[in-house]
Design a protein around this ligand. Structure first.
Ligand SMILES: C[S@@+](CC[C@H](N)C(=O)[O-])C[C@H]1O[C@@H](n2cnc3c(N)ncnc32)[C@H](O)[C@@H]1O
Length: 279
């Protein structure tokens, strides 16, 4: 039996409506700071400063912690970015740009005044978020490198092209549910902390879906059949799709109604999804 709920609204407002200790595992990928424009005033990732971005994520995951069972986990995929001066942002010469580029163009305008950042510095956001969450009470258990098959090409000549992202495993308590036999290496060895995964062959219509296999691995390792998993940044409902296929229940939250619609369509064959409106 599957049960996928997709809630429309700001996860910071929706999370407090969830029952305490009701979720086994949270699998999620928030917007990356200053990268894509998800076309909503309340979107995370559009903060002027990366410090605010980290603070917002700490607030989201503080509320996630309340909803997690004592032996619950969070699997967090978060990406990095470069500090740039004088790029082509809204102050630059190419300000009239398409929706998906608007944000990065603005970010490339001016190096943020924090953390000693200089022009062309890699910001190190995944680890800054991880340390902030650790400082807020989470136990940081693993850093998994997602090696991307078919990574987006970059036209850079002065550094290697990026082809990896981070997935952090956090637990609420020192002892937590982790099924080490649910996913193993092809040799039968314990799963390693680098996952080579390609993009899904079918396009979802959302600009930043993660591979279903990534969500599936986290769900298998972090929950049992019948458990409920959470994705507060649901996007096109990849976590819900994987959860349904693995006989887990899922609660997803997504700000942009058009992505909610994509998620509902993607998951409708699992079972009719329930859509609620945030106040
Ligand atoms: C990186 S995408 C997630 C993609 C998802 N993993 C998938 O496979 O489709 C991040 C999503 O978070 C949504 N979002 C941004 N701010 C939000 C907020 N405050 N509450 C809920 N969703 C938000 C964006 O609209 C975007 O769809």
């Amino acid at each position: 039996m599957t049960n996928i709920q997709i809630l429309t609204g700001d996860c910071l407002k929706l999370l407090p409506t969830l029952e305490e200790s009701s979720i086994q595992s949270c699998i999620t990928s928030p917007p990356y700071w200053g990268l894509r424009d998800y076309d909503h005033d309340d979107q995370i990732g559009s903060e002027e400063s990366p410090i605010e971005y980290v603070e917002n994520l700490v607030s989201v995951f503080r509320e996630v912690r309340r909803t997690l069972k004592a032996d619950g986990t969070v699997w967090l995929n978060v990406g990095d970015g470069y500090a740039r001066n004088g790029g082509t942002g809204s102050c630059g010469p190419n300000a009239a740009v398409g929706n998906t580029k608007k944000m990065i163009q603005r970010r490339n305008c001016k190096v943020p005044e924090c953390w000693g950042l200089k022009d062309r510095d890699l910001i190190g956001l995944p680890w800054r978020v991880a340390f902030a969450l650790q400082n807020d009470g989470w136990i940081l258990r693993s850093h998994i490198t997602w090696i991307k098959k078919n990574a987006m090409p970059e036209s850079v000549r002065n550094r290697p092209s990026n082809a990896t992202e981070s997935v952090f495993l956090f637990s609420k308590s020192p002892s937590y549910y982790y099924d080490r036999n649910a996913v193993r290496e092809p040799t039968g060895a314990n799963l390693r902390n680098y996952w080579i995964l390609g993009p899904d062959s079918s396009r979802s219509g959302h600009p930043a879906t993660f591979p279903k296999e990534l969500a599936a691995r986290c769900i298998l390792l972090g929950s049992r059949e019948g458990d409920t998993v959470l994705d507060p940044f649901g996007g096109s409902a990849t976590t819900g799709l994987a959860a349904g296929e693995l006989n887990r229940k899922a609660v997803l939250m997504e700000l942009n109604p058009s992505y909610v619609q994509i998620g509902l369509t993607r998951t409708e064959n699992l079972q009719p999804a329930l859509q609620l409106q945030a106040g």
